[in-house]
Design a protein around this ligand. Structure first.
Ligand code: SF4
Ligand code: SF4
Length: 282
């Protein structure tokens, strides 16, 4: 049988913001969006094993083996020299896991968490691996499973995952096609189809939107988002995430964060459209 591998950027042992309860979070490498405000831009591109970063590493934590760059996490001091050196703005600090090996790493956390979330990068680029990993989670534990996705893959892509998926959070970058394309480089329609599909399957935990100045931080933009969601179901949970420049690159690093007042006003707009579960980040 063919072995499925996942390309994993890193694992966070516990988080309270990636779904309900206390959850371990697995961040996958690779994304099909190029969001202007991406907070993990080094997770977008896959490493091409060019080897340029190997010489740059001051700790000797990188080596070429059989044409592949390998990373020794015990030597790494997380100085990010490799990321700054990489011509693809990728990272060599990515590990190949089988579903069984990833479960073996997370299993000791079982007593301390309520579930496992997969974030990214973009999960839909590695759905066969994630399905096989969630099968491991369900077989060995009572932990809940959740994905955070941009939804661009469309409904059919998520079908094989449904039997082992408890919840999904979909990032809706903007409620209108023009702003969505400006922000991500991709059209909005497949994302909306995915939201409708996952909701109809009873798997939609929340829709998230980053409130970014000049893009989604205004009343008209929120009206479009809230009306879209309320038209599907006013009970859909909408989480508004305040843009923070930390971790971003390019022009976004200079953008200001929306004020508390601005976030509250947008929540009021969403509620006025009929949405009954509107939350926001701090
Ligand atoms: S972050 Fe990169 S360059 Fe720095 S020690 Fe680790 S592998 Fe080497
Ligand atoms: S991380 Fe970048 S520089 Fe290093 S081997 Fe991969 S593509 Fe080359």
């Amino acid at each position: 049988m063919e072995t499925t591998f996942g390309m994993i950027n890193h694992v966070l042992p516990r988080s309270f913001v990636d779904g309900p309860g206390n959850r371990a979070v697995v961040f996958v490498q690779g994304c099909n969006f190029h969001c202007l405000y991406c907070h993990n831009p080094f997770t977008i591109n896959f490493c091409s094993d060019c080897g340029i970063c190997v010489q740059a590493c001051p700790q000797g934590a990188l080596r070429m083996e059989n044409g592949r760059v390998t990373w020794d996490r015990n030597r790494c001091v997380e100085c990010d020299t490799c990321i700054k050196t990489c011509p693809s703005f990728s990272s060599p600090r990515v590990s190949r896991y089988t579903p069984q090996a990833l479960w073996a790493e997370l299993a000791p956390l079982q007593a301390f968490i309520s579930g496992v979330s997969i974030s990214g990068g973009e999960v839909s680029l590695q759905l066969p691996f994630i399905t096989a990993f969630f099968e491991q989670v369900k077989w060995h534990s009572r932990l809940t499973t959740l994905i955070e996705t941009n939804g661009y893959a469309g409904p059919q892509a998520y079908l094989p995952l449904l039997p082992v998926l408890d919840m999904a959070m979909v990032d809706l970058k903007a409620g209108d096609d023009q702003t969505h394309e400006r922000l991500t480089g991709k059209p909005l329609a497949p994302v909306l189809e995915t939201i409708q599909f996952l909701h109809a399957q009873g798997k939609l935990y929340a829709v998230q939107q980053v409130i970014a100045p000049g893009f989604t931080e205004d009343k008209d933009s929120m009206l479009q988002t809230a009306q879209l969601l309320a038209g599907i179901d006013p009970g859909i949970r909408l989480r508004l995430l305040r843009f923070r420049p930390h971790g971003t690159s390019g022009a976004a690093a200079e953008w200001p964060s929306p004020s508390d007042e601005s976030m509250e006003n947008l929540m009021d707009v969403a509620r006025a459209c009929g949405l009954t579960q509107v939350e926001r980040s701090l």
